[in-house]
Design a protein around this ligand. Structure first.
Ligand SMILES: C[S@@+](CC[C@H](N)C(=O)[O-])C[C@H]1O[C@@H](n2cnc3c(N)ncnc32)[C@H](O)[C@@H]1O
Length: 339
């Protein structure tokens, strides 16, 4: 978990209808680091576990920061599908999801073939799009952006509705969105099984959470580049979050490798290594021993920083590892071993 202060670029996103494309006015705000806000990794994990409300907006700058990390060539002639309430609206930027805005704004630059966004007819209408679900098909021609909104009878806009699944399987090349937290397990299953490429936001604790561990163990999913520390709540107020990007698009030379401290066990400072009551080694602060054969337990952080790409593997796929030290349970980890 990074403890740097963040420069945030928030809120002032708007559309100039006469230009038929979104315009993003960037406002810089500096926010305190997690450490400055008194948040420890444990506190973040606890918070991450408690997120139940689905109604959060992803910030435009988070989408921009992550998507701009991938080689542009991956988007060429591709259809991007944003399938979790990623509204499209030409009158007001606030009625677009940040994903919809980003891909509309960069459509030509990325060489996209098509953008397909769905509006979910849920209890909370996050983007003020009305109670009717729709599928919006966006393309760019020499005459400019073309938007066609389809309101099929009986469609609810859910990612697992047969029409959404048909689009996923038959039209989509890359799926990008921030799915509802409450349905994340179902969402991951559908999206991973579809075999499509994806870049999505989910809980930062997923690499040590039982339901998701098999995806990391079997290299079906890995961390994207960035964490997501803030969302906007329905009142458009900045709200702390504990999210991270996840993807199945190859990441070459992950910048966060440099946060991994791989070294002989004896060189790891005492304060970051201990044995639990069952004599399993626990290492913290991204220290990773490279000279022991036995499994040891790590938090989500080294997994997010790419340790599984450095000749280590998860050895238990069905459970998180809950260490017990002096009779007290510690936060969730996962057991890894050098291959
Ligand atoms: C975390 S919010 C993200 C919204 C938007 N994608 C963004 O990134 O700003 C998740 C959204 O998914 C919607 N949602 C809930 N259940 C859904 C479902 N079954 N299918 C699609 N979207 C759903 C919620 O209403 C909410 O608007």
């Amino acid at each position: 978990m990074t403890s740097k202060s963040h420069e945030l670029f928030v809120e002032e996103i708007f559309i100039k209808p006469e230009e038929n494309k979104p315009v993003v006015k960037i406002v810089k705000k500096t926010t305190p680091s997690l450490k400055e806000r008194g948040l420890s990794p444990k506190a973040i994990m606890e918070k991450a576990k408690k997120v139940e409300n689905d109604e959060f907006y992803t910030l435009y700058e988070d989408v921009e920061k992550e998507i701009s990390m991938y080689d542009k060539s991956i988007w060429k002639d591709k259809t991007v599908f944003c399938n979790c309430d990623d509204a499209i609206d030409n009158d007001d930027n606030r009625k677009n999801s940040a994903f919809a805005l980003y891909f509309r704004k960069h459509f030509k630059e990325l060489g996209l073939k098509k953008l397909i966004c769905t509006h979910y007819a849920g209890k909370v209408d996050l983007f003020n799009q009305g109670s009717k679900a729709y599928v919006a098909y966006i393309s760019c021609t020499t005459d400019g952006e073309k938007i066609y909104k389809d309101y099929p009878k009986g469609y609810d806009g859910s990612f697992d509705h047969p029409l959404s699944l048909k689009i996923l399987h038959e039209e989509a090349d890359i799926v990008c969105t921030n799915p509802p937290f409450s349905r994340a397990i179902d969402y991951w299953e559908i999206i991973v099984k579809s075999g499509k490429k994806f870049i999505i936001v989910s809980n930062i604790a997923n690499p040590v959470t039982k339901a998701y561990i098999p995806y990391f163990k079997n290299s079906r999913v890995w961390a994207g580049y960035n964490r997501v520390d803030y969302f906007l709540n329905p009142k458009r107020q900045l709200t702390d979050a504990a999210g991270h990007w996840y993807t199945n698009i190859p990441i070459e030379n992950r910048p966060k490798y440099e946060l991994l401290k791989i070294m002989p066990l004896k060189d790891i400072p005492e304060k970051y290594k201990k044995y639990d009551d069952s004599k399993t080694l626990l290492v913290d602060n991204c220290y990773i021993p490279n000279n022991i054969k036995k499994p040891f337990a790590v938090s989500a952080r080294p997994i997010l920083n790419g340790v599984l790409e450095k000749e280590y593997k998860i050895i238990e796929e069905n459970e998180s590892y809950i260490a017990v030290v002096n009779g007290k349970e510690c936060f969730r980890r996962v057991l890894v071993q050098k291959t």
